[in-house]
Unconditional design. Sequence first.
Length: 429
Amino acid sequence: MARQQSAHPDSYYTATANRSLDFPRLQGDAQADACVIGGGYTGLSSAIHLAERGYSVVLLEAERVGWGASGRNGGHCSIGQRQPQDELEGLVGREEARRLWALGVESVATVRELIERFGIECDLKDGCLQVAAKRSDAAWYRRYEDFMRSGYGFDMRYLEGDDLVHLAGTDKFVGGLVEYASAHLHPLNYALGLAAAADGLGVRIFEQSRVEGYDRSRPTRVRTAGGCISADHVVLACNGYLGKLEPRVAGKIMPLNNFIIATEPLAPEAQRQTNPRDLCVYDAKFVVNYWKLSADGRLLFGGGENYTRRFPSDIRSFVRKRMLPIYPQLADTRIDYGWGGTLAVTMNRMPCFGRLEPDVYYALGFSGHGVQIGTLAGKLIAEAVAGTAERFDVMARLPSPAFPGGTLLRWPGLVLGMLYHALRDRFGD
Ligand SMILES: Cc1cc2nc3c(=O)[nH]c(=O)nc-3n(C[C@H](O)[C@H](O)[C@H](O)COP(=O)(O)OP(=O)(O)OC[C@H]3O[C@@H](n4cnc5c(N)ncnc54)[C@H](O)[C@@H]3O)c2cc1C
């Protein structure tokens, strides 16, 4: 099997990756109980949980493990589902929403458990703060604090005034909501740790092995340019990078690009002023801004999207423009890195899980919530493959409407919709 290097994108995460893994390219044919397509959190977690149940597993990754969004994201690992519980109750009813909450809580617990069990060093820390610049959003935080405490026994704290300034390190927000059940981490080191764990469990990982297609026979034959895997079960874990591989699913998701910058390391006092409790923070905008400190004291600030195949030519200034209104004191701070990645959103911002004939499981469209839900997806897929699909089906029952216009025409509608929301972010109250 030939080995070949291809690079992770240039980013703060790549510069601080704590291991370098190198897996061969698939050459020739092989058999496995399960073939996982995609080497991000969803694919790696599927591979780990399947291998632990005794299945032989091959994982095929087009580039490098952790090359996709899993190696580039903000590292926020937030409790619950992507949509708030009050909205979920409206969408699927109270009982089903409670099942979704339980899974959302378990998703963060699963991340923590994998990190602990496999000794993954990825700067794991606790605590998440949401902040609102508009009074209407702050009023919703206040109501949501009550709703979660009385309905779910979940402890979040509403803040404003000096309490909020002390926690957020800025006076640009009028309300906040803090809780310490969420976590944050170094996303690429988490992905690489999962890959090392899968490798240790006997998963055969192939990099630079793009799947070109698979047939609908049993066992399924999964083809790359260099070889073919015959497997009874297939897991599709490509999220925003799915492309045309599976047209039966592609129309349910919309790939979009999001961007992050890393400042130079801040002096200890500046770190304390910017993020006194070392939390992950995000705002209430539709095109969300999110930030946290890195282990070496940089501000990692994410925000801004585009919907084309190209990233902005100057990502650093594209994102810096969003950071400075919140932290004007960083105007003279150097920006050392800027990078982007592609994620997948769905119409209702809840992921789509499902199963296609003959035995192809998929989980994607995490809509910016995939650190934990992608990890959970792997666990639920392994359960379903093993014959217990109740919990997978809770996720699979979520409505997942296709984008109007399908894969060809979804772009104009999305761009118009996003522009509308961007204007509301700017001018609405
Ligand atoms: C800039 C940015 C910031 C984000 N911030 C957060 C955050 O703070 N918190 C959060 O929870 N989520 C965040 N997300 C989203 C999160 O990163 C994703 O939801 C998550 O990583 C999805 O994991 P995945 O394994 O499903 O997909 P990915 O990590 O994207 O992996 C998919 C893999 O499939 C491979 N692939 C695709 N096609 C093929 C093929 N034909 N053959 C073989 N392999 C293939 C790709 O090469 C890729 O490596 C962010 C995303 C971005 C881009």
